[in-house]
Design a protein around this ligand. Structure first.
Ligand code: NAI
Ligand code: MG
Length: 356
């Protein structure tokens, strides 16, 4: 098993170091190789995603990614900006399934924007399709409206589309993920209005025939947005298209409190994946040793689960994180009165100590 370790910029360097420490503490056999990405790679090689970094990522079973970006690169032309590295990796690795778990840890229940009783024990997984939908559909553009009440007026248009294979593969991913959880999938669509999502619903229903042990429910996206804040614990796995997933995953993230706790994964058909915290490089606190490394440590746990087939090790890390929170250790972003404030390194050390 080979892991490409790409810390990137800002706090990426600090938090990835802690995740690597945690991985090493597991006594599993894998090789980890580090490379520059983002602004760090631009400084050294003049490009945010050098060939050598891309090659390492392609050869690895999984990529552990920190974060990229800094305000000082804002004036660079778009293709040299640090953010291009992550877009390039997604494209080159063919990553089509984005996993975002929303877990509300018992000790952080008060940090949620919802009432504690609604989120206590929350553990749901949003799976967003990444390659299709209205974000990439052609044709798109601007023109003079050819018809309608405003014919002749300037207009803009995009095209929503999904091919059968794109829906099939994300549906398989969702049903398989549900098997490792509570065996329930909610497929979110807008089949009542959109042909694309009637097709989505039909194909997901077809694929479901191969997973009789998993419950499938269909829900319109407007209702799903409502249910997520009304009774989020009723969900287990949510699978949806690119745009609905973009919106619902941010909504679900806020149920859990802090961005410093949220891991993510993006997978391709070979189960090769890129694992990263949901937050960015946090230039405002970079280099101070105060960033929360738990989102990255939990991303490493997802990597063990989804790309390296080490479910047991993944659960060990997740349990260690819960224990550390139960010990009342907190980085600044999740600190509250009566708890013990620790830095990035101390938090990583505490997780390692619990693992042992
Ligand atoms: P950000 O997520 O980096 O920071 C937002 C706020 O959350 C900041 O106040 C930061 O200090 C705090 N924060 C983030 N992660 C934290 C952690 N682990 N522990 C404690 N506090 C944490 O988003 P922002 O400020 O909008 O962007 C900063 C840079 O990051 C930009 O250059 C942006 O383009 C880049 N970015 C990169 C991403 C990636 O690498 N995938 C994703 C999002 C932003
Ligand atoms: Mg978003």
């Amino acid at each position: 098993m080979k892991i490409a370790v790409l810390p990137g910029d800002g706090i990426g360097v600090e938090i990835v170091a802690e995740a690597v420490k945690v991985l090493r503490a597991l006594d599993l056999k894998f090789e980890m190789e580090e490379a520059l990405v983002g602004g760090a790679a631009y400084e050294a090689h003049g490009h945010p995603l050098p060939e050598s970094t891309l090659k390492l990522a392609k050869e690895a079973d999984a990529v552990l990614f920190g974060a990229v970006g800094d305000w000082k690169y804002d004036k660079l032309e778009r293709k040299l900006r640090p953010e291009q590295a992550i877009l390039g990796l997604r494209k080159e690795l063919g990553l089509f399934a984005n996993f975002r778990p929303a877990i509300c840890y018992e000790q952080l229940t008060h940090a949620s924007s919802l009432k504690p009783e609604l989120v206590a024990g929350l553990d749901i997984l949003i799976i967003r399709e990444l390659t299709g939908d209205i974000y990439f559909g052609q044709p798109r553009g601007r023109r003079e409206a050819p018809d309608g009440a405003f014919a002749g007026q300037p207009e803009a248009f995009d095209t929503m589309r999904y091919t059968r294979p794109e829906i099939e593969r994300i549906a398989h991913v969702a049903f398989q993920a549900a098997r490792k959880r509570n065996r329930k999938v909610t497929s979110v669509d807008k089949a009542n209005v959109l042909e694309t999502f009637q097709f989505w619903k039909d194909v997901v229903t077809e694929v479901h025939a191969q997973y009789p042990d998993v419950e499938l429910e269909h829900m319109y996206v407007d209702n799903a947005a409502m249910q997520l804040v009304r009774a989020p614990k009723k969900f287990d796995v949510i699978v949806t298209g690119n745009m609905f997933g973009d919106i619902l995953s941010d909504e679900a993230a806020m149920l859990t409190g802090s961005i410093g706790m949220l891991p993510s994964a993006s997978l391709n058909e070979r189960k090769q994946g890129l694992y990263e915290p949901s937050h960015g490089s946090a230039p405002d606190i970079a280099g101070q040793g105060v960033a929360n490394p738990l989102a990255t440590i939990l991303s490493a746990a997802m990597m063990l689960r989804y790309s390296l087939d080490q479910e047991e090790a993944a659960r060990r890390i997740e349990a260690a994180v819960k224990d550390v929170l139960a010990q009342n250790l907190r980085t600044a972003d999740i600190y509250s009165e009566g708890t013990t404030k620790v830095g990035t390194k101390e938090m990583g050390d505490a997780v390692v100590a619990r693992l042992k």
